[in-house]
Design a binder for this molecule. Structure first.
Ligand SMILES: Cc1ncc(COP(=O)(O)O)c(C=O)c1O
Length: 403
């Protein structure tokens, strides 16, 4: 007898990225000199997890009662306030926001699917998207459609974005859009001001037709502060016509991946509606995971509230941004000299090399000890996880297998 419901019987048990990482690790452990550019965590040049000492100290010196206690369902109040201040303080918009703590940015995305899209409906994101978007949608009984991220000139394709949004509004009368900028995963692309303006124009064009929720997935935002700034400045101006929601993540921002620190922040100027949204997202927390990691939340709240710790963390993060920026520059120099085809890349954990046969390419590279994740139309290079010598090997490998 089959106990699973029919839609769950063919579920893959392994996440493709984590299983490729496991294969790479296994070969490394057997003594092979492999390059593992699969995992989205920033590693130092010697291959160890890059951490922020002040974050480590803030976490490890918490009173055990704080660590062991339940956190409130929507998250600690000081934490929620700190995240809202951090994102929206510079724009004077903190009074218009409501926020719940979530297990990473992943949790915020899950709530967005639950509360801003009906079951069975379809969210919109770009081609080349972070594969778990589809997993999260599927798990909550929703779907994902895509617009072409790039036009013929390799720039944000606002024409296709508009076409797909138009189709969705006609079909379902509402839309949930996932926009991952800056430092898009997997391409590394960050929308420039002209592209942001084009996206905003499209949103306004359709806003009167029904509710549009724009989820800004800013998981990598602190690794490109100027691009994050222009993104927030552009879209917060739409807040009276489009619901702007942030999927905020502490994983990369505080190099604190395993603590599962995240938040959903919704910007809604109308007080009554904001209260309803706050209630709905809190209810979702209770129904999905009850409450989040008390220790991670307390550590981040402590840092953001204390001016000295805050500055120390900013300095430590700046070192990580610089580490990554050097690799990005190294990649750009060598990959362009090798004639590899990849999108504009000026920061972030990943870039992609376009390929008509990504699975084949990834296998050919693995045979050479180079592990890169295949994704639709490209292979993803986790620049965050490799040093310059390894980047040089990846570039050479890609060139050799005809990428
Ligand atoms: C594009 C994107 N969004 C969101 C996340 C969520 O990360 P977390 O749940 O660790 O905060 C990730 C993590 O890799 C990501 O790449």
């Amino acid at each position: 007898m089959e106990f699973l419901i029919p839609s769950r019987t063919a579920r893959p048990g392994d996440d493709p990225i984590f299983s490729l990482n496991a294969a790479a690790t296994k070969r490394a452990q057997s003594g092979e000199d492999i390059v593992n550019a699969t995992i989205g965590a920033l590693l130092s040049d010697d291959g160890r997890l890059a951490i922020m000492p002040t974050v480590a100290e803030s976490l490890s010196t918490l009173p055990f009662e704080t660590v062991a206690s339940y956190a409130p369902i929507p998250g600690r109040e000081d934490y929620r306030k700190a995240i809202i201040d951090d994102l929206l303080g510079p724009y004077g918009l903190t009074e218009n926001a409501t926020c719940v703590a979530t297990p990473g940015g992943t949790g915020a995305l899950r709530i967005a699917f639950e509360d801003f899209l009906e079951p069975g409906q379809t969210a919109l994101t770009s081609s080349y998207f972070w594969a778990p978007y589809r997993t999260i949608a599927d798990e909550s009984g929703r779907k994902v459609a895509t617009y072409d991220l790039f036009d013929a000139a390799g720039r944000f394709n606002s024409t296709d974005f508009e076409k797909k949004l138009d189709e969705l509004m006609a079909a379902q009368g509402r839309a949930l859009i996932l926009l991952n900028t800056p430092c898009h995963n997997p391409t590394g692309y960050s929308l420039d001001q002209t592209e942001l303006d084009a996206a905003a124009t499209v949103l306004l064009q359709h806003a009167a037709r029904g509710p549009i929720t724009l989820v800004l997935d800013v998981a990598y935002g602190y690794f490109h502060p100027e691009a994050l700034d222009r993104c927030i400045a552009t879209f917060t101006k739409l807040a009276d016509r489009v619901l702007v929601v942030f999927a905020w993540s502490g994983s990369k921002a505080f190099a604190l991946y395993g603590q599962r620190v995240g938040a959903l922040v919704a910007l809604c100027p109308d007080e009554a509606q904001r209260t309803r949204i706050g209630n709905a997202i809190t209810f979702s927390c209770r129904g999905l995971w009850s409450n989040c990691n008390a220790a991670g939340m307390a550590a981040v709240a402590r840092i953001l509230a204390d001016p000295i710790l805050r500055v120390k963390v900013l300095q430590e993060r700046a070192l990580l941004v610089e580490l990554l920026a050097k690799r990005v520059a190294f990649w750009n120099e060598h990959a362009s000299a090798a004639g590899l085809k990849y999108p504009r890349y000026d920061g972030g954990f990943f870039t992609t090399v376009f390929s008509a046969e990504p699975a084949k390419l990834s296998q050919a590279l693995a045979a050479r000890g180079l592990f890169l994740v295949p994704t639709a139309g490209a292979v993803r290079v986790a620049v965050c996880a490799v040093n310059e010598a390894q980047i040089a090997r990846i570039v050479e490998g890609l060139r050799a297998v005809g990428a």
